[in-house]
Design a protein around this ligand. Structure first.
Ligand SMILES: [Zn+2]
Length: 148
């Protein structure tokens, strides 16, 4: 029962994402051969978070393409992630949430010159990581204040 509405929702989202891309040929170009993967990813993301196709494309490129281009294979990334989460005591740098679903965030985004150096990596909860997208840490703080 629980699975049905979810996949239905993803299906609906998928057609909306495709439409958004059709309306923004620049974005389609930007995605290039990652278009298919983006649509799949985006359709799932949209069930939880607000939608803005420009933001979504940037986030996708930041998190899934740029980090790959930094020559990190999955296995290495996994071991780095574990190290970072342990170092940060499984605490989200941005909201202080402990435990739960944590990810590793690039403090200075790759797209803005950040690296995969350990001092540029931090534990972040799923929500903060999604909201931060490719913002600089100061931009993210300002953004949060503006919403509070
Ligand atoms: Zn957080």
């Amino acid at each position: 029962m629980a699975k049905r509405p979810f996949s239905w929702f993803v299906g609906v989202n998928k057609s909306r994402v495709v439409k958004d891309l059709e309306n923004n040929p620049d974005l389609e170009m930007k995605l290039g051969r990652y278009r298919g993967r983006f649509i799949k990813w985006c359709a799932k993301e949209r069930t939880i978070y607000e939608e803005d196709i420009f933001d979504e494309v940037n986030t996708f490129i930041e998190k899934y393409i740029n980090s790959r281009l930094c020559n990190l294979d999955n296995k290495l990334w996994k071991s780095i992630s574990k190290e970072i989460l342990e170092r940060d005591n499984y605490t989200c740098r941005y909201c202080g949430k402990i435990g739960g679903k944590l990810e590793v965030d690039h403090i200075v985004p790759i797209s803005k010159g950040g690296t995969n150096e350990l001092n540029n990596l931090t534990a972040a909860c799923l929500r903060c990581n999604r909201q931060k997208r490719d913002k600089m840490p100061e931009e993210f703080e300002a953004w949060k204040l503006s919403r509070a």
